[in-house]
Design a binder for this molecule. Structure first.
Ligand code: ATP
Length: 361
């Protein structure tokens, strides 16, 4: 186990493209950090700099107490699991798992012990150890790739989208297995994904990257409850947060969407932003059906989707053009054109500055 510390880490590729603009983070011993963000945001670049597969242009990468910028990947005490598993097709599963240890010059008996122990943890049978990778299912291959990382008993695990080649059901299963394994072994881990559900469920903390910059670093719940920017707000949560152009009234007590829906801002309001144009964010699960009570705002339904456990109602407030999605628990019988009284607790309103796209407090 080791801490991984990045200090003002930057990457400029040889063609001059700046892929990472300065990342600072201290990943604690045993922590599971997920790097998440859309395609091209720089997740893999950052992970590969920790691994030593890409050079660090500026800043420093430390693993344990050592600065590793100039060390080879093999000298960094890390093990990496890739998306394509990177297994040797001509070797048996056993040999695939043993190979790295052989190169390290470990005695045969120790290699055997470590491979057997990893196989047991990963529930790979004796018989499966004799097969070639192509004679295994996708999930089993993924386990072998994990096994190859485990046997090295590294200080740090690095995962680069390890589940993206698996079908949806297997992804969920392997996700749970990785989470359990990491918590049992307690090995500091950095995991790259573009899947926000994977990020939310696996990470102790998430680093959301956007075009080479850190948008926010925090626990899944912090990111969900207090997204620091429009980008994070739209990225975390499913279905995505609703956004609408809105305005805070002159007293700072209510926020209105296109002058149609006055939503109270709660105790004390937001006097310092009185009269300001804002981007209002509300998660679909926080728009509630209000019965007929006062203080509700009518939403005109336009489309209904039944998911079984939930119903998604798409619509808009009065004359407002902003489309909103409402997620209601259970099966709700609603027709297009129906007006539904909707309420939202002030605690669940997110306000952003339309110019900077940062959260307003
Ligand atoms: P994905 O989810 O698609 O894998 P990513 O977030 O992992 O994306 P990176 O692979 O880190 O993104 O790439 C970040 C940016 O750097 C991209 O714009 C990419 O085109 C660019 N890039 C990557 N490798 C190189 C390279 N060798 N030379 C120049 N630019 C590169």
């Amino acid at each position: 186990m080791a801490r991984v510390i990045l200090e003002d880490v930057r990457k400029t590729y040889p063609n001059g493209f700046k892929a990472i603009h300065g990342v600072d983070v201290a990943i604690e011993e045993g922590e599971f950090l997920v790097l998440v963000g859309p395609s091209g945001c720089g997740k893999s670049t950052l992970l590969r700099m920790i691994a030593g597969l890409e050079s660090v242009t500026e800043g420093s990468v430390s693993i344990g107490e050592r600065r590793v910028n100039d060390l080879e990947p093999s000298e960094r005490d890390i093990a990496m699991v890739f998306q394509n598993y990177a297994l040797y097709p001509h070797m048996s599963v056993y040999k695939n798992m043993a190979y790295g240890l052989k190169i390290m010059g470990l005695p045969k008996e120790e290699i055997n012990q470590r491979v057997k122990k990893a196989a047991e943890i990963l529930e790979l049978t004796e018989e499966q150890l004799t097969r070639k990778p192509k004679q295994l299912s996708g999930g089993q291959r993924q386990r072998v790739a994990m096994g190859r990382a485990i046997v090295r008993e590294p200080s740090v695990f690095l995962f680069d989208e390890p589940l993206s080649n698996l079908d949806a059901k297997l992804r969920v299963q392997m996700r749970l297995e990785i989470k359990q394994l990491q918590s049992e072994l307690g090995i500091t881990s950095v995991y790259v994904t573009h899947d926000q559900v994977e990020a939310m469920t696996l990470g102790h903390r998430l680093m959301v990257l956007n075009a080479g910059n850190v948008e926010q670093l925090g626990t899944p719940i912090e990111l969900y409850q207090r997204p620091a920017s429009l980008f994070v707000a739209g990225f975390i949560g499913s279905p995505s947060m609703n956004f609408a152009d809105a305005k805070i009234d002159a007293e700072g007590k209510n926020v209105t969407i296109s002058g149609q829906a006055a939503l109270p801002l709660g105790d004390g309001g937001m006097p310092k932003h009185a009269g300001k144009d804002v981007t209002l964010g509300i998660r679909p699960e926080h728009l509630e059906l209000a019965g007929d009570e006062a203080g509700s705002v009518p939403l005109i339904a336009s489309m209904i989707e039944h998911l079984g456990a939930d119903t998604l109602i798409h619509g808009h407030f009065g004359e407002s053009k902003s489309n909103l999605t409402v997620r209601i628990e259970g099966i709700q019988y609603v027709n297009p054109g129906d007006a539904l009284p909707i309420r939202v607790s002030p605690d669940h309103l997110h306000l952003f500055d339309p110019a900077t796209e940062k959260r307003l407090e």
